[in-house]
Ligand binder design. Sequence first.
Ligand code: UD1
Length: 391
Amino acid sequence: MLVCNVVGARPNFMKLSPVVLELKKRGIPQFLVHTGQHYDENMSRVFIEELGLPKPDIYLGVGSNSHARQTARIMMAFEEVCQERLPNLVIAGGDVNSTLAVALVAAKQQIPLAHVEAGLRSFDRTMPEEINRVVTDHLSTLLFTTEETANENLKREGIPKEYIHFVGNCMVDTLRKHVKLAIRQEPWKRFGVKPSGYALLTLHRPSNVDDPTIIKPLLAIINKISHRLPVLFPVHPRTRERMNQLGAAVDPSVYLTGPLGYLIFLGLIAKARCVLTDSGGIQEETTALNIPCLTLRGNTERPVTITGGTNRLVGTDPERISQGIEEILAGEWVSGKQPVLWDGQAGMRIVDKIELWAGDELKTPLPLAGKVSGIKMWGGGIETGKFLGID
Ligand code: UD1
């Protein structure tokens, strides 16, 4: 038995680390591939270090590109990895292009695929992530789900129920493991604000940041909010580029910073008065921490954060955003419940299921792992994202 874990973009690290660490604890042979979809220090390396993940064994260095090129480059390089290392199981998480690319390769190489965070659906195919989710799920053998609606979605799409395993939320495992340390670091002090005395904002969806008619009014309402509650805004590289192109200015009460590492950001969420975001994972993190969340989107693939948690969809409508902020400042927000199985044990449940599924294979000695030729190993300096597969 040899397990291949794949990470590539920022949210993958939090989702796979409980699985990688649990496999390691149980002595199950594994190796870690990093596609290089995200490559900036604070989008990649910091997460690996802070989460105690082993250094990736293989770095594909695909970097940024159009969807087709990025996906194709990952596929070409990952196919070589599979052919040379011969894993018996590929594990991928979430809904990013790296997830889709390795799912396609694993399926065509007839290698069973496990999908961590399966079954989520926004029912909005204008989102690239929705396409990635649907395709990955339909190519997977082990589908690990985080909420009941995901189980229902998969069954409705005809996935056999014995493939679906409701295990809870790995991202919440990672959060529970690190939150005390994150708070002890008091990251809000860097911005000169007090616990519960600030809003935290993230914005990176192409649908929000690529269109000037959306991002301009959004920034205007953020400026307005910041006069009542300072806004801390770690800016995603894509958003920074769009803001620069537009020459968009924010008021001094909006504190701009680059992408932040995991612990700093988690500490900031934990003590925020509220969070405004268009991220998927942050909707879950705010529910887990019982922090009010205004989601700047018209839909969510994570409905449990609304029905049971602290999340509300406000889209990009200034009226609804302002109304939400008023309610939060008046202390009128709902106090959320913890969704079922968001208890910090999802990684353990996943590895239990893998052991059951693998059966006797786990008892056979580890085959000698082949050396991967022509593929760069994870090195010491900052990776440049240069593609090292076939060009
Ligand atoms: C990706 C995921 C998205 C996820 C997000 C988390 C897809 C389709 N999208 O979006 O689901 O929520 O990651 O952050 O996979 N860039 C850098 N440095 C980096 C990485 C990216 O500067 O380390 C810039 C590049 O200009 C790049 C742009 O950000 O073109 C977008 O990066 P990309 O990985 O294509 O998508 P994200 O918007 O990050």
